[in-house]
Design a protein around this ligand. Structure first.
Ligand code: PMP
Length: 296
């Protein structure tokens, strides 16, 4: 069945959803995007994703040609037009068509693309047994060059690291920052558990501030688990009791080895299991109303 795509003001069949070959999103990766889940027909943590999209755009001085409220409505309309009950939304804003030069003043008509589709998760086997990671030799973008906090259309940094993981036979790859500290994986944030304390790199480490990450931190605090956002080294992962990743697509998934070295018992641990459980309860009970997680 043909998908219905929102493209700059209209919902059209996918074969009519086309953008210019001169769009700087294509020519230079000049644009921003979001990946968002739909649970029970409602957009999950909608405001958080819309806020991050507009912040990413502000950071690259891209003016989105619609208000956050209009964007929210367009997203909901696209979900409805595709009858998505449980699925995934990809929201893309490009710089628009321009000349072959870099000058943004010579571009016009930023394109807003919204795709609502089904989602393919990691195989169940990886949730049951945990996934293996390697450390990529490609470091995460230096925050002074292109801040990882910007969810931009330029994902080559992550793609190069993901290729290393794929070559090594792993589904994800760990990326270090320019200081040699743990940053994040190519499309997921990383956590460890040590002596009952949950630890994850702070945004200063040069990471995307994941919306799933933030939700898991809040759920953990509500469950009485101490959370520390601190610099982590690969050493901390090797000696951790548990390790897991968070992301919109992955939700919460255990990591059982890094570079061939077993983490903890080599099986998904109890704190990971509990947080996955709490996260699944949150998504299942998601009403789409302005539901907030109570913050401690
Ligand atoms: N880090 C990177 C580099 C990502 O691309 C993503 C999103 N796929 C994440 C972390 C996780 O963020 P979120 O929980 O908002 O999906």
């Amino acid at each position: 069945m043909s998908r219905q795509i929102y493209l700059t003001g209209k919902i059209v069949p996918e074969d009519q959803a086309t953008v210019s070959v001169f769009d700087h999103g294509l020519l230079y990766g000049d644009g921003v995007f979001e990946g968002i889940r739909v649970y029970g027909g409602k957009v999950f943590l909608e405001k958080e994703h819309i806020d991050r999209l507009y912040e990413s755009a502000l950071a690259i001085r891209l003016e989105i040609p619609m208000t956050p409220a209009e964007m929210t409505q367009a997203m909901r309309d696209t979900v409805a037009a595709n009858n998505i009950v449980d699925g995934y939304i990809r929201l893309v804003v490009t710089r628009g068509a321009g000349t072959l030069g870099l000058d943004i003043r010579r571009t016009s008509n930023p394109q807003v693309i919204i795709i609502a589709d089904s989602i393919s998760l990691y195989p169940q086997e990886l949730y049951d047994n945990g996934l293996q990671l390697i450390t990529a030799s490609t470091i995460r973008n230096h925050p002074g060059a292109l801040s990882p906090r910007i969810k931009s259309l330029n994902y080559l940094n992550n793609i190069l690291a993901r290729i290393e993981g794929t070559d090594a036979g792993t589904a994800e790859a760990l990326m270090l920052n320019h200081k040699g500290e743990v940053a994040e994986c190519t499309g997921d944030n990383i956590f460890i558990v040590k002596n009952g304390v949950l630890k994850t790199p702070s945004t200063e480490a040069g990471i995307l501030e994941g919306i799933t990450r933030n939700a898991v931190i809040r759920l953990a605090k509500e469950a009485g688990i101490e959370v520390q956002e601190i610099p982590l080294l690969r050493h901390d992962i090797f000696v951790a009791d548990e390790c897991f990743l968070t992301g919109t697509a992955a939700e919460v998934i255990a990591v059982v080895s890094l570079d061939g070295r077993t983490i903890g018992t080599g099986k998904p641990g109890p704190v990971t299991g509990k947080l996955l459980d709490l996260f699944r309860k949150l998504t299942r009970s998601w009403s789409g109303e302005r539901q907030t997680l109570t913050c401690l």
